[in-house]
Ligand binder design. Structure first.
Ligand SMILES: NC(=O)c1ccc[n+]([C@@H]2O[C@H](COP(=O)([O-])OP(=O)(O)OC[C@H]3O[C@@H](n4cnc5c(N)ncnc54)[C@H](O)[C@@H]3O)[C@@H](O)[C@H]2O)c1
Length: 275
């Protein structure tokens, strides 16, 4: 059953990890997807893969923290697909450190990518989510359901030592989600957040061999210490981290009509990891 037939879904951070898995699953469910990422090659490759499988996809390269990103990606989406139904704020990375040694740049970088970027993108999408719905209500008495899915983290709900910047930003996105659910619910826009625990991506890979992300002149090392991950899986109820595909499933649910009365929820997708 195609749960997202003909929906236009914009997914940030779709180049790899959870965003790429979500894009594949959205496409399998009939969505037309806009794949945004900082890195051009992975989104171009993914768009080609989805098109070869019979889907519709547009690759868009850009930095969600840049001032022009939101208006440019929304314009590209409308030009290519003629509308917008689902917005997934997923792009991000971690830049861990303890509070007493953290400088302003390290603090601000997390707020920029995980909190301000979703805020700006939702604001830029308002004319096509909120205002279109308002016009539909005026004309037909009801608006089509539209969705916003924000990616948060258990760090944002419970805190996590060494991630004060990331936790604060991911906590902020929960406030953003709950408030928007109250502001746009009447326009039939459902806004929800998904809080992941440990999902196997480069953000949870062993830091010792981990990848880096280049931000300005900083090469930021991604991943978590190997022994930490071993400890987490030892005490995890399911004994393992989740896969990106397992992380993507609940996003399809939230994007679909099955979740038309689910609004302002913070869905923890952790495999039962109690913190
Ligand atoms: N992996 C986990 O265990 C986990 C847990 C909780 C929350 N999350 C969140 O899930 C989301 C996806 O993370 P992931 O684990 O798939 O990581 P990932 O590194 O595999 O994928 C993230 C993607 O976002 C892109 N990106 C990063 N900064 C960007 C920017 N400024 N502009 C545009 N694109 C940018 C990256 O290039 C990358 O392709 C993030 O918001 C992350 O904080 C992940």
């Amino acid at each position: 059953m195609a749960l997202l037939a003909e929906k236009v879904a914009l997914i940030t951070g779709a180049g790899r990890g959870i965003g790429a898995a979500a894009a594949r699953l959205f496409s399998q469910h009939g969505a037309r997807v806009v794949l945004c990422d900082l890195d051009a090659a992975p989104v171009e490759q993914l768009a080609a893969e989805l098109k070869a499988a019979g889907g519709q996809a547009l690759a868009f390269t850009g930095d969600v923290t840049s001032a022009e990103f939101a208006s440019q990606v929304i314009a590209a989406t409308l030009e290519h697909f003629g509308g917008l139904d689902v917005l997934v704020n997923n792009a991000g990375y971690t830049w861990d450190g303890v509070l007493h040694t953290m400088d302003d740049a390290q603090w601000q970088a997390m707020l920029d990518v995980h909190l301000s970027a979703p805020f700006r993108l939702i604001r830029a999408a308002a004319p096509y989510l909120r205002d279109t719905a308002k016009a539909e209500i005026k004309a037909h008495g009801a608006a089509k359901a539209r969705k916003i899915i924000n990616v948060s983290s258990v760090s944002g709900v419970y805190g996590n030592a060494g991630q004060v910047n990331y936790s604060a930003a991911k906590s902020g996105v929960i406030g953003l989600t709950k408030t928007l659910a109250k502001e746009w619910g009447r326009f039939n826009v459902q806004t929800n957040a998904v809080c992941y625990g440990f999902i196997e991506t480069r953000l949870t890979a062993a830091k010792e061999q981990g990848e880096t992300i280049q931000r300005g002149d900083q090469a930021i090392k991604l991943g978590v210490p190997e022994n930490l991950m071993a400890g987490i899986t030892m005490f995890h109820p399911m004994g393992r981290a989740g896969t990106p595909e397992e992380a993507a499933g609940p996003m399809v649910f939230l994007a679909s009509s099955l979740a038309n009365y689910v609004n302002g929820e913070i869905l923890e997708v952790t495999g039962g990891m109690g913190i």
